[in-house]
Design a binder for this molecule. Structure first.
Ligand code: F6P
Length: 324
């Protein structure tokens, strides 16, 4: 059934991700050029439930394409996980003539988009999270910027580890996935990379490799730990105790979520934003906009929520071969 959509809402939800602003900009301008009014909800589903929104025009999204974070602000909204919360949001939309919503965020945001669609407000998801763990999409907005930020930080740590002949253990974000850790670890030449998807043994995968490479003349070491597979502090302590090598621990933390989005993030966010608004203009809702094999596509949200992706475990073997 084709919907007659005259007014939409747009929001960002969950952890912020560089490129969210570029997506908002593309949604707002595409919708307006299609004759659709756009309301921007503040603080994600929290603002939706509270009815906190204002109308956006083509100038509301000027000068934001290059800015990190999200001009609409974001939050993790527990109330929206309840039926009562979703019903409140539906009522707010109905009372204010908002026919559909574009939600920009990760997996949690997609579940919210499904629930809101089923409550009667067709909602489109645009995947955005630095973790790159949205199962239906090869790519999530923010991943490339976070990778580059982590890479720059680890390069700096390498300089000081090299000067002092130390081991530097670096913890990167990613919740329960290892995309950020594996990709930056390979790009930074980490001796060992620990990710939640691959079982590891500290002696076999870190200590033995350190001692072996030490015998070949290596004097400094980088170990990358995904936050979902352990704590940099604890791993550093184990390395110190087992090797006697001076070892530091660094948690990169929220610095990975900030900064001006890279070209890739601005570009993909723009394409996804346009697709989301075009779908609604064509009267199509309850979709997830995704990137698959380099193409922008869209799937029904139920189908999208059941899709899984797995990290290529051979990357762990590959990284061990070349970082020795
Ligand atoms: O989902 C993005 C992410 O940055 C994860 O990598 C991390 O585990 C989590 O958010 C941190 O969330 P918060 O900023 O709410 O502490």
């Amino acid at each position: 059934m084709s919907l007659n959509i005259k007014t939409i809402g747009v929001l960002t939800s969950g952890g912020d991700a560089p490129g969210m602003n570029a997506a908002i900009r593309a949604v707002v301008r595409t919708a307006i050029f299609k004759g659709i009014k756009v309301m921007g909800f503040t603080r994600g589903y929290t603002g939706l439930i509270k009815g906190e929104f204002s109308e956006m025009n083509i100038r509301s999204v000027s000068e934001i394409i290059h800015r990190g974070g999200t001009v609409l602000h974001t939050s993790r909204c527990l109330e929206f996980k309840t039926t009562a919360g979703v019903e409140k949001a539906r009522d707010i939309c109905n009372e204010n003539g908002i026919d559909a919503v574009v939600a920009i965020g990760g997996d949690g945001t997609m579940k919210g988009a499904k629930n809101l669609s089923e409550a009667g407000i067709p909602t489109i998801l645009i995947p955005a999270t630095i973790d790159n763990d949205v199962g239906c999409s090869d790519y999530s907005i923010g991943f490339d910027t976070a990778l580059n930020t982590a890479m720059l930080m680890i390069d700096k740590l390498r300089d000081t580890a090299q000067s002092h002949e130390r081991c530097s253990v670096v913890e990167v974000m990613g919740r329960s996935s290892g995309y950020l850790a594996m990709t930056t670890g390979i790009a930074c030449g980490a001796l060992s990379i620990l990710i939640p998807e691959v079982e590891f043994d500290v002696d076999r995968d870190i200590i033995d490799r350190m001692l072996y490479t030490q015998r070949t003349g290596k004097r400094h070491f980088i170990v990358v730990v995904a936050e979902g597979s352990g704590s940099a502090m604890e791993i550093a302590e184990l390395i110190r105790a087992k090797t006697g090598i001076e070892t530091t621990a660094t948690i990169l933390g929220h610095v990975q979520r900030g900064g001006s989005p890279t070209l890739e993030d601005r570009y993909i966010a723009s394409l996804m934003g346009v697709r989301a608004a075009e779908l609604l203009a064509e009267g199509i809702g309850k979709r997830a906009v995704v990137m698959k094999h380099g193409q922008i596509m869209d799937f029904d949200i139920d189908e999208a929520l059941n899709m899984r992706k797995t990290i290529d475990k051979d990357l762990a073997v590959l990284s061990q071969k070349i970082s020795i």
